[in-house]
Design a protein. Structure first.
Length: 460
């Protein structure tokens, strides 16, 4: 694969560039000796010097200034100030690109502008051998996702489109795949014969934090379940990739997601924390969910009849993202303890710390054959991990699509959640600092409910 020979990022004066792109660019310069033109494009009436000041403020706040790397980044930085609807903006961009023929265009702009920018790039000769990075949301439903893909394909082949979901660039998410496929002892039991159920929890102990107007447009299902958490499910449940090329993992993820049964409305519970309707920008009678719990089934031989439970919500007791893979109980209770405690399980925590824990029964000291639930816990903390945007931007520059969402997988994800979009099923209110509406318990197996994650301090 050829390496991109320039970076162009539209929306250079915006929030995403400030929070993520400038810190990632400094890291790429420092760690990977990035040495190609970096061109910001926006309509702000700014100069290049103003953009450099903005970049300095960004890295100061979010990652710290590395004097050598930032000096080089500043020297590479260029700026085009212009309206995305004006052909002259793209004429200027073509001049700034100089000899670069394989630019990477990062569209940090609303999806409504994708077609306008892509057409402008094509008309100015900036798209022929280029790659394009687009941010989620990739549509709002199955129909709009297909329309968005059709728009992009008018100007770029699928191999040149990199749909960025920062969740896939996180080191702990990569750890799911590594843990599964680097440890042979898991594979023989990673199926319906031995696994009873899987739970995925993404909890936040805060509300919408002043973003009520934005959240009214999305809700929990669109915000994190349709994209982040279905991708986590795919990492947990996919078959081993066949081969080592960059497409093998994406092939298996897409195959798995296409086998997930679309949600039945009876297997969806939506909730809204008390006080959400008083948030700025929120409708007084809002029916937008700040919590959602779903039960999914995967129609494959490996996973037939195994329930996968996903829940995500705001104003829950802790901020945590973890998975619990619960194994079936022994066929015979040798020590007559009954179904006490949590069954054998594998716990994979993605945040706020990285934890792999194996849950089992161990005998209590004494004459009687009684046991207790224990976990063998491994933790990992590193001070030098790549940020998701550094990893993903670096991969896009190299043309490596492994960690980017593919067209057919995205359409499969929208097909899965489609029946749960809108105002059906109903909204149930829940109190802040609880684990959501009590109605979410109704979807669980009678032999075991939700496993509520503990806070970090309880694991030490």
């Amino acid at each position: 694969m050829s390496h991109s020979d320039a970076i162009v990022f539209f929306g250079a004066t915006g929030d995403l560039a400030y929070k993520q792109i400038f810190p990632a660019l400094q890291a790429l310069v420092k760690r990977h000796t990035l040495d190609i033109p970096i061109i910001g494009v926006a309509k702000a009436g700014w100069t290049l010097d103003q953009l450099r000041v903005r970049a300095c403020q960004s890295v100061t706040q979010h990652c710290g200034v590395d004097e050598g790397a930032f000096a080089k980044l500043s020297a590479l930085l260029q700026y085009v100030d212009g309206d995305y609807r004006e052909p002259g903006t793209y004429t200027q961009l073509r001049k700034h690109l100089g000899r670069a023929l394989r630019p990477l265009h990062y569209l940090a702009i609303p999806p409504s502008m994708f077609a306008t920018v892509a057409d402008g790039l094509a008309q100015a000769g900036c798209a022929a051998e280029a790659r394009v990075v687009v941010e989620k949301p990739f549509g709002r439903d199955p129909k709009s996702a297909r329309e968005l893909n059709n728009t992009l394909h008018r100007f770029f082949p699928e191999s040149a489109i990199f749909r960025i979901d920062h969740f896939l660039g996180k080191e702990p998410v990569q750890n799911i795949l590594y843990t599964r496929f680097a440890n042979l002892f898991l594979e023989p039991i990673w199926n319906r014969t031995h696994i009873h159920s899987v739970q995925i929890t993404m909890a936040e102990n805060f509300g919408v934090q002043g973003r009520g107007r934005f959240y009214e447009e999305v809700g929990a299902i669109r915000d994190v379940i349709q994209n982040h958490l279905l991708q986590v499910l795919a990492c947990l449940a996919m078959d081993p990739p066949a081969g080592e090329d960059n497409y093998a993992v994406r092939d298996e993820k897409a195959r798995l997601l296409k086998a997930v049964r679309p949600l039945a409305t009876a297997d969806v519970v939506r909730g809204q924390y008390r006080g959400y309707r008083q948030e700025e920008g929120v409708a007084p009678a809002s029916q937008v969910e700040t919590y959602a719990a779903v039960k999914l089934f995967i129609d494959t031989w490996r996973w037939a009849d195994v329930p996968f439970y996903i829940r995500a919500g705001k104003c829950l007791p802790v901020t945590v993202n973890e998975m619990i893979v619960t194994f079936k109980r022994p066929p015979l209770e040798t020590f007559a303890e009954g179904a006490s405690g949590l069954a054998n399980h594998l716990r994979l925590r993605l945040s706020p710390e990285v934890i792999i824990a194996l849950g089992m029964r161990a005998k209590l000291p004494g004459e009687r054959m009684l046991g207790e639930d224990v976990e063998l816990i491994a933790t990992h903390q590193s001070g030098d991990e790549m940020t998701p945007y550094e990893r993903l931007l670096g991969d896009a520059l190299r043309g490596d699509p492994s960690l980017f969402a593919r067209e057919d997988a995205i359409e499969a994800q929208w097909k899965i959640v489609g029946p749960a979009l809108g105002d059906v099923p109903p909204i149930y209110e829940y109190a802040p600092n609880t684990w959501g509406p009590v109605e979410a318990e109704s979807m669980m197996d009678p032999l075991g409910g939700w496993v509520d994650p503990k806070g970090s301090s309880a694991l030490r």
